[in-house]
Design a binder for this molecule. Structure first.
Ligand SMILES: [Zn+2]
Length: 194
């Protein structure tokens, strides 16, 4: 997006980035509720790949919930967002780079967009399209939690079980938050990033 496009876009983007268990969904739900209190029409979206806990809600690890629509492709978010003022998107790293175009479209319609996602994958690489989204964002909120090993500031997600099909769809026990010192990246070969 060049600077003129940027000016034309009256919407706003906030990216909430962090490791597993850093409270990203808590922040997403808080933004949705703040929006509702301000009288905005809000909607939350989650990817169909994410079938943990509850397919019809955003769910925090402490079991707080907010209704969400499940969608299989990023571009469907645009039509599903018709009539909404504030759109919250869970697990930004599941949607691929199409999400960038979707977000730009929503912003050009003057909408507020909040996206939560994992900053680094289990190999320690920035998880696309999170860096690009953060670049585009008006506000980036970094979430941290305590490193499970040393108690330091964790920004990485340590994979604790072998990688299966659902990369980075993890529940309690599959991942551990780790700081940069305690994080052990998975051995190569790492899958190609889309
Ligand atoms: Zn540590």
């Amino acid at each position: 997006m060049n600077s003129e496009d940027r000016k034309a876009a009256s919407g706003q983007l906030e990216v909430v980035a962090g490791c597993m268990f850093s409270g990203k969904t808590e922040t997403l739900i808080a933004r949705l509720r703040e929006g509702q209190e301000r009288g905005l029409r809000v909607g939350a979206f989650k990817h169909t790949i994410d079938d943990r806990y509850d397919p019809e809600h955003l769910v925090t690890h402490a079991q707080d919930k907010f209704p969400a629509r499940r969608i299989g492709q990023a571009d469907s978010i645009v039509e599903e967002s018709d009539g909404l003022d504030l759109i919250a998107i869970e697990e930004g790293h599941f949607w691929g780079r199409t999400l960038l175009e979707v977000v730009q479209q929503l912003m050009s319609q003057g909408k507020q967009v909040v996206i939560a996602g994992i900053h680094y994958d289990a190999w320690g690489r920035p998880f696309p399209p999170m860096p690009e989204l953060m670049d585009l964002a008006d506000r980036v909120t970094h979430k941290y939690t305590a490193c499970r090993v040393c108690g330091g500031q964790a920004r990485y997600s340590q994979r604790m079980i072998p990688v299966g099909e659902n990369l980075m769809v993890g529940g309690v026990g599959d991942y551990e938050p780790r700081c940069a010192r305690c994080f052990e990246p998975l051995a190569d070969p790492a899958p190609e990033q889309e």
